[in-house]
Design a protein around this ligand. Sequence first.
Ligand code: MG
Ligand code: MG
Length: 260
Amino acid sequence: MDNIKTDGEIEILRENALLVSRTLAEVAKHVRQGVSTLELDRVAEQFIRNNGAEPGFLGYNGFPNTLCISVNNVVVHGIPSDYCLQEGDIVSVDCGTRMKGFYGDSAYTFAVGRISPEAEMLLKETKESLFKGIAQAVQGNRVGDVSNAIQSHVERLGYSVVREMVGHSIGRKMHERPDVPNYGRRGQGPRLRDGMVICIEPMINMGKKEIYCDRRDKWTVRTVDGSLSAHYELTVAVGRNKADVLSTFEFVEEVLNNRN
Ligand code: MG
Ligand code: MG
């Protein structure tokens, strides 16, 4: 249940985490008005395969693609399609890899061209809440300390935390125990131990927390009130004094900064 990884396993998880991070940077190069979400999916699939790995999501519980691409009021699990991104959209891209028997899993929400100041703030603060959560991922703390750091950061701003979907441990399976919810109480939940590897992934709505799943495709999750939703995810190994962040947004942000 504690799900402790060996140093060797953590290094393979790091390889996966870095490949996912680089894949998201490839996607970042193509995020612009007019590109279809299916084109972004092809870019990611090709890049992952060229690097000797397999897409982690493709076929996972029957998911049809490499990326989950979730635009505006779609929270998560959006299926790539011929929809072309438009200026002002926000687009969450969640990516998984599988290599050497282990998984990688990371997500980033992009702005397409100029977005509203309100949307800009949602992205900035959702990402900030992720780093607040990561700061709590140290031995001796509990999962609830991570959860509460995220929840208290975003609720203070009037945003809400999706309840139905949560972060998770990762290893030979993409979703392992324990879960890492984005809401919870300090000092509650499983104890964090050195060598646990967890994906922390706040899914934050600008409006109310309620969501629903598309009845036709059985995947696409949207906000009930139609409000925007953001999603960022990194993989971290719990450390004695500090989390070891295995994935990174550095590559993505280098691409984005060079465009500005
Ligand atoms: Mg993910
Ligand atoms: Mg995940």
